[in-house]
Design a protein around this ligand. Structure first.
Ligand code: GN1
Ligand code: MG
Length: 378
């Protein structure tokens, strides 16, 4: 999609020393809308910026969200400089001409729309799915490194951008209520998947219980550790930085690790319809786990290490549940490209879950052995 006058007017609110040459709308992410704006800068160079329209149905308080992101990116940047680390550029929030982190417009319906701008990480690439062990190892490392950089970040300074985001039990309870309501008359068509969720509902409690009982520490976590949320160097495939910081909140390292494996080690895309292609690729699971532990092993508690395998299972259940719930509610949350998109996504996650369940003894043994190996070396 080419530049429209409207988006140009919004982007011009940002304090960037130059003129817009071009804006391209990107088809990435399930929530926000992303654009890449190319500028001719006043010094004659050409520079690109990432512009995102924030989905306010999902993120109800965009200023609080931006405060989190500004604080976190500043923290990581300062820490990297202090450590002399120049290899990992951080996202930087670009302010508008009034020094605010959002450009705001009122649309035809009188609703406020919020946009933000970031620097573009250059010579970088991200993948929606990859079978390359090096790429997946580096993705695990990137998320481990991110968690490590924020290990001493004062948690009380963080806003919760979505309440109960990874509270699997609350999500399950809401799902049961939505089935009762059946606002779109879709329950009948999804009955097989609904029965699957109910049969597997023991998954909803296990980690939330451990967190509530105080057995798992609360840390600063990313909460959306998808494979395409890491930017890698185009040439070397080393990790550069982690992006999509909207859900950085107090949370559990377990959900981040589990979601990383769910996303990076699935053999297929999240909406692959051919379920024979959907399974946990053990080589990729091993690569991700190695990368993650190479950064985080010394910091994890025993309870965390013992539940990492379980977390892969729980988050896969949670994602399937979320996709199915959104299908039943009429696709109000995730972007969809066709009518059954969310139902196919749910089926895909449930197939992945079955395979993970089969592989649980191997998964747990691998994690434990690798963990021991890594901490021995330190
Ligand atoms: C959403 O926008 P994106 O694609 O980074 C979602 C994640 C899901 C993911 C599944 C705020 O992330 O929780 O895991 O889709 N983000 C939010 O693809 O709900
Ligand atoms: Mg996201």
């Amino acid at each position: 999609m080419k530049m429209t006058e409207e988006i140009k007017k919004i982007i011009e609110q940002f304090n960037i020393d130059g003129n817009i040459l071009d804006v391209v709308c990107k088809n990435v992410g399930n929530i926000n809308q992303t654009y890449v704006a190319t500028y001719k800068m006043n010094d004659n160079s050409t520079k690109r910026f990432i512009i995102q329209k924030i989905n306010t149905t999902v993120f109800k308080e965009p200023y609080k969200l931006m405060k989190n992101i500004e604080n976190i990116t500043n923290w990581i940047e300062k820490k990297s400089i202090f450590k002399g680390d120049l290899k990992h550029p951080c996202l930087k929030v670009i302010l508008n001409k009034n020094k605010k982190p959002l450009a705001v417009i009122t649309d035809k319906n009188g609703e406020k729309q919020y946009y933000r701008a970031y620097n573009c990480i250059e010579n970088a690439i991200s993948y929606d799915n990859s079978q390359d062990r090096k790429i997946i190892y580096n993705t695990g490392r990137a998320f481990g490194h991110f968690q490590k950089m924020l290990i001493d970040y004062p948690i009380r300074r963080l806003e919760e951008t979505i309440t109960d985001f990874h509270n699997t039990q609350t999500r399950y309870e809401n799902f049961l209520k939505d089935i009762e309501r059946d606002v779109c008359n879709r329950v009948f068509d999804a009955s097989k998947e609904i029965v699957f969720v109910i049969k597997n509902s023991d998954c909803a409690r296990s980690i939330t219980d451990l967190i509530e009982e105080g057995k798992i520490p609360i840390r600063v976590t990313h909460n959306d550790t998808k494979v395409n949320n890491v930017m890698l160097d185009k040439d070397t495939k080393e990790y550069l930085t982690v992006i999509d910081l909207d859900t950085v909140m107090p949370g559990s390292s377990l959900y981040d690790y589990g979601d990383g494996v769910r996303s990076c080690a699935s053999n297929a895309l999240e909406d692959e319809k051919d379920l024979d292609k959907v399974f946990l690729n053990t080589q990729l699971f091993e690569s991700y786990t190695n990368g993650y532990l190479d950064e985080m092993a010394p910091y994890l508690t025993e309870a965390e290490v013992c539940n990492m395998g379980e977390a892969i299972k729980i988050i896969t259940f949670e994602l399937g549940l979320r996709f199915l719930n959104d299908y039943i509610n009429g696709d109000t949350y995730f972007k969809t490209d066709y009518e059954l998109h969310n139902l196919y996504r749910a089926r895909n996650q449930f197939k992945l879950l079955l395979d993970i369940k089969d592989k649980m003894p191997y998964i747990n043994e691998y994690i434990l052995n690798k963990y021991k190996e890594k901490v021995k070396k330190i």
